[in-house]
Write a protein that binds this ligand. Structure first.
Ligand code: GLA
Length: 746
């Protein structure tokens, strides 16, 4: 891994074994993008890639020169209104209203390691040798402002991490109207764009579209990353599939409103940009002030989508997630939400706890309804003290009882919100984000607290701290159940700062809690998965994936989520039947077989199950304890997409390739169906694997090239008797163990 600067041609080459990223200082002092992709040889100059032509109507930078036009040059971090007429990465307005800016290369430095970004989540290194960083300073002399572009390349990952800092020294202020994190100009437009899209209960469905001239974008203007679009997008070649072909991706390490945009210009150059959404954003810098953007992680794969996802999985699992839980097997939990909703007593809860304990479950999570006057969603948010009518022993008493049972205790909170019927609102109505001159929309009867204000965040921290000081809490589910509508702060220096400052407040509260309570495992949540983003993973290594707990729906949701996020981060629970969201009946084993590919748990009243169900759940817990490390931290492969047909399959393989688990799922049953094979991936070709304790092992090469036969009775005249598992919504897990004598069993 290296970052080379070729003095003569002023070319930067960032490379590791897998990728090269090349750009140069152009003759006007701005930065021109030359190449990002598979690693290539280094050399002094790549100017042959730098193409210019005379093109009518283009603005040219120099008199007498009809070649140098920023409109046609591929750039690193372009502005607007000074030659380039495409969508820019930044726009800055001066005090006199001018938006012309000319940032010119001033200096650079290259160093081992990677610095953290003040107040924002980011990928990191554990030792400086893991990565090299390039900082390039460009200077705008009229406004006296520096723009520092940061690039980090890791030794082992095909990624470039980028962010930007503006430092203003001038006497007159400047205003950032747009400050994205990243821009990548690619030389052609033969790509399909993948996005993860949906809504509540249908998060992160996978959609593709062929790029067209003009702009295609994904975004959130909701104040959180959203159910609708995820801050992640991929550009892949048409023939790229899970196993082969080229793909580029961009993931934003940020949890607020964002814009991800791909513009294809009329000469077929593709410009991908991502960052804080420029609408509702306006940040003025006075002399001596600075602004830093969130980090964006660009990745490249020449081996298809699985390899691309594995890059993000490994990087985010080990160098974005932090803390004591980062590498640990995630506790098997039971959450009382779908079991009781807010209608619970201590006795009801303890019944669930006892049943959970008997089943071997490790963590009990008390969801919404334990605080203030919270019996439905009209009251209580903001009053973070125990409702003693419901829980006479308090949270500390309940947590003690649960620990006495040998289980861990977890608690749900929604710190960013308030109900009008709460002591907090009665005391501080102005803490709600809203323009007091106007009527304010509610969402789920609740209002957004103004987390851009320090005193609001501090007050919430104090309330939570009072609980956590007394009660032994091992886990927190941090929820956020509405989008922002009237963004207005009653005391912000500038309203255009509020949406971003809010997220900085959220990050600060996380940081304060983690600092004082480093052993707590955080799970983020936002009406299910409306804040499943890389920013959150820095604080909470797992995230509740969706409020839809139906096994079939979850196949799509979890499959889509796996494009960007590791299995250890995907909160997934077995819930009751009929399912609460769809009223669908699915077999218990299928509910497990889907949920076990995640940070696993239950979301049902375990005290009300039949004997058979209780026994089955005990076996599931035993299985999960045995294999969770492999599932949560192994190398994950998508095999068959649920978006393309009636079946889905995925698998995980241990890093030593001795163990693997395959999940195979069939949505609707059929008859006289074709024979079925699954082409496995990631196995050692020369190892023989026993499948579900079969006597005879099969070689990895056979399983990958000939396929593993998964045909069942439906391939003929199905004569099976219905047994609750062999109709619709069937699934199977295959455990593969290497036969080698020397290979230990898990
Ligand atoms: C959100 C969460 C659920 C549950 C409820 C409680 O919808 O996604 O899991 O915690 O809030 O109100």
């Amino acid at each position: 891994m290296a970052i080379i600067f070729h003095e003569q041609s002023k070319t930067f080459h960032l490379y590791n074994q897998q990728i090269s990223y090349i750009f140069k200082v152009l003759k006007n002092g701005s930065l021109g993008q030359l190449y990002f992709g598979k690693r290539i040889h280094d050399k002094e100059c790549f100017d042959e890639l730098f193409e210019m032509r005379k093109r009518s109507m283009a603005p040219y930078t120099y008199e007498g020169d009809m070649l140098f036009s920023l409109e046609h040059i591929k750039q690193e971090y372009p502005g607007f209104n000074h030659g380039d007429l495409r969508y820019p990465a930044f726009t800055i307005t001066h005090e006199n209203g001018s938006t012309v800016n000319e940032y010119v290369y001033a200096s650079h430095s290259i160093y081992q390691g990677k610095k953290s970004i003040e107040g924002l989540p980011s990928t990191y290194v554990e030792s400086d040798g893991e990565a090299t960083t390039l900082e390039i300073t460009l200077h705008e002399s009229h406004t006296d402002t520096d723009m520092i572009l940061y690039y980090t390349i890791y030794e082992t990952y095909p990624v470039i991490c980028r962010h930007v800092k503006f430092m203003h020294y001038g006497m007159q202020s400047i205003t950032l109207d747009k400050a994205l994190s990243v821009c990548l100009d690619l030389p052609d437009c033969n790509y399909e764009m993948l996005e993860l899209t949906g809504t509540w209960c249908r998060e992160r469905h996978v959609e593709w579209r062929k790029l067209m001239h003009g702009v295609q974008s994904i975004y959130s203007m909701r104040g959180h990353s959203s159910h609708q679009y995820n801050p992640f997008l991929v550009l892949k070649r048409e023939n790229t599939d899970e196993r082969s072909g080229e793909a580029y991706a961009c993931s934003l390490v940020y949890s607020g409103s964002f814009l991800g945009q791909v513009e294809v210009d009329n000469h077929n150059v593709t410009r991908m940009t991502m960052g804080i959404h420029p609408d509702q954003f306006e940040w003025t810098l006075q002399q001596g002030e600075s602004f830093v953007t969130p980090e964006a992680v660009l990745a490249y794969s020449e081996n298809g989508m699985n390899a691309l996802s594995q890059t993000y999985h490994k990087l985010y699992q080990s160098r974005l997630a932090r803390g004591v839980w980062r590498d640990k097997d995630r506790p098997i939990l039971v959450n009382n939400w779908e079991a009781t909703y807010m209608d619970f007593t201590e006795e009801k809860l303890m019944n669930i706890v006892h049943a959970a304990k008997d089943a071997g479950i490790e963590l009990f999570v008390l969801d919404d309804g334990w605080f203030g006057k919270r019996n439905d969603d009209h009251a209580g948010l903001g009053d973070w003290f125990c409702n003693m009518e419901k829980l006479p022993c308090g949270i500390n008493g309940l947590s003690r009882k649960i620990h006495e049972e040998g289980m861990m205790f977890g608690l749900w909170i929604e710190p960013e919100m308030v109900n009008k019927d709460s002591d907090l609102y009665r005391m501080h109505p102005d803490w709600v984000m809203n323009d007091p001159e106007y009527h304010c929309c509610h969402g789920r009867n609740q209002y957004v607290l103004d987390f851009s204000r320090k005193e609001v965040v501090d007050a919430i921290y104090e309330m939570l701290d009072r609980i956590l000081e007394k009660a032994d809490v091992d886990y927190i589910k941090w929820d956020m159940n509405r989008s922002m509508s009237e963004v207005y702060s009653n005391c912000a220096p500038q309203q255009g700062r509020v949406v971003h400052a809010y997220i900085l407040g959220v990050y600060r509260l996380y940081e304060m809690l983690l600092k004082k309570y480093p052993n707590i495992l955080f799970e983020s949540c936002s009406s299910g998965g409306a804040r499943f983003d890389a920013g959150m993973l820095y604080y909470a290594p797992q995230c509740w994936c969706s409020d839809d707990t139906d096994a079939v729906e979850r196949m799509m949701i979890q499959y889509g989520t796996s494009f960007a996020y590791p299995i250890s981060s995907i909160g997934a629970h077995v819930s009751a039947c009929p399912n609460h969201q769809l009223k669908r009946m699915t077999p218990l084993n299928t509910r497990f077989n889907v949920a076990c590919f995640g940070a696993f748990g239950y979301e049902m009243d375990l005290s009300k199950l039949s004997k058979e169900e209780t026994e089955e759940i005990k076996q599931q817990v035993i299985f999960m304890k045995q294999y969770r490390h492999l599932i949560q931290y192994g190398t994950f492969y998508r095999l068959v997409s649920p978006f393309e047909g009636n079946t889905m399959a995925w698998m995980v393989v241990s890093s030593d390739q001795k163990h693997a688990i395959v999940g195979y799922y069939k949505i609707l049953q059929s008859v006289m169906a074709p024979f079925q094979r699954l082409y496995l991936q990631g196995l050692a070709p020369d190892k023989k694997y026993r499948i579900n304790t079969s006597k005879e092992g099969l070689y990895g090469d056979e399983l990958m090239s000939c396929g593993m036969v998964v045909s069942d009775a439906s391939c003929g005249e199905n004569e099976e008797v219905y047994n609750g598992r062999n109709g619709d919504f069937q699934s199977r897990l295959y455990v593969l163990e290497s036969e080698d004598e020397s290979d230990e069993k898990i």
